[in-house]
Design a protein around this ligand. Structure first.
Ligand code: PLP
Length: 356
């Protein structure tokens, strides 16, 4: 389709339901704004892009995504800056990553300009849902799934691309106790760990539940083959500071999700002159650094929390306590900088903010 001009067909709600939502009490992902974006891939092409009142979808029971899991998603946020303008953080990166996920899952790519225009238009129609209250934001969830009505295994010929948005509260990132998981696996080399594919999250639920029963909020995933290399923390990328060096698992491994938060943090840290190592990270070196006191900082990075400090790490039946949060110079400084950046306190020299 011609993507230079995007003509979105818009049908608005008769009456907004915003008054039924208490913005002082917003559990994550429970309430949704008035409209959603919807577009189908049928007969070899994307059909008219539409924005319609938020509503249930009607699906054929043989809808192939339900049976075989061709389903991917993205997650990003719209928020107000100090001047009350609405910004979205690096949505071009989400558009690219979405299509990389699509490619791995044999799904239809969505033209990037259309992905961005859809977000822009949807947010501008539902702009009242982007609260002016500090810390609140509108979580944006683009997703795509296979819609062939066919119970047979092959890549679907038809797809549905949808974007819904959900007002979310300030993410109170209490430091999290984590366990290094050495039995179960999030992603195996050659698998789909790099894709934001729905099934990856389903597969992580059972081991996460076992970890929670032992008192850990998240798992630190290790490589599927040897369980000696660290990969991610729950659904976030993981970073360590050991002897003043920032260490994080490299993205060369196709088991690691290429996080936009992590990439942004590393870009900033590099500008600040920090030494960064993106490489294989062994469980052993992290445990040793905990034992000899050279570990200064450890945190997860992702859109939901930006930075989630790790309070303690369990490994092999032993719990290791991490340094107090107040003293974590690196992550605290980064978080503050990134929050200020999104808040429009500096000029957007990095070109990271899309204004609505
Ligand atoms: C989404 C996600 C991340 C974080 O990515 P961001 O772009 O920073 O939000 C990290 N790991 C996994 C497994 C994820 O699904």
């Amino acid at each position: 389709m011609a993507t230079d001009t995007v003509n979105i067909k818009i049908t608005k709600v008769e009456k907004s339901k915003i008054e039924s939502v208490d913005f002082n009490d917003l559990p994550f992902g429970k309430f949704f704004s008035d409209h959603m974006f919807e577009m189908d891939y049928i007969d070899g092409k994307w059909q008219t892009p539409t924005i319609v009142p938020f509503a249930n979808l009607s699906l054929h029971p043989a809808t192939s995504a339900i049976h075989y899991g061709q389903s991917i998603f993205e997650g990003l946020k719209a928020q107000r800056n100090k001047d009350g303008e609405i910004i979205v953080f690096r949505p071009d990166m989400n558009a690219k990553r979405f299509n990389e996920s699509a490619s791995r899952m044999c799904m239809q790519p969505v033209p990037e300009e259309l992905f961005l225009e859809a977000i822009k238009t949807l947010i501008s129609i539902d702009q009242d849902w982007v609260s002016t209250k500090e810390g609140l934001s509108l979580y944006i969830r683009p997703f795509m799934f296979a819609t062939d009505s066919y119970v047979g295994i092959r890549p679907s010929e038809n797809y549905k691309f949808v974007i819904i948005t959900s007002p979310v509260g300030a993410y109170y990132s209490e430091p999290v106790p984590v366990k290094i998981e050495t039995k179960y696996t999030r992603a195996a080399a050659g698998g789909v760990g790099r894709a934001k594919a729905a099934g990856n999250y389903a597969a992580s639920l059972y081991p996460a539940k076992l970890g929670q029963a032992e008192g850990y909020r998240q798992l630190i995933w290790t490589d599927a083959k040897t369980h000696t290399f660290i990969e991610e923390a729950g659904t976030m990328n993981v970073l360590f500071v050991i002897n003043d060096v920032i260490i994080t698992p490299s993205e060369v491994e196709d088991t690691i999700l290429k996080g936009i938060t992590k990439r942004s943090l590393l870009d900033i840290a590099k500008d600040w002159g920090y030494k960064i190592e993106e490489r294989k990270v062994t469980v052993e070196e992290v445990i040793n650094s905990l034992k000899d006191g050279s570990l200064q900082d450890a945190f997860g990075a992702g859109t939901a929390a930006t930075i989630a400090h790790i309070s303690r790490i369990g490994f092999d039946g032993v719990d290791y306590q991490l340094p107090p949060i107040e003293g974590r110079e690196f992550s605290n400084k980064l978080k503050k900088y990134l929050d200020s950046y999104k808040n429009g306190e500096f000029e957007d020299t990095r070109n990271w903010l899309m204004k609505i």
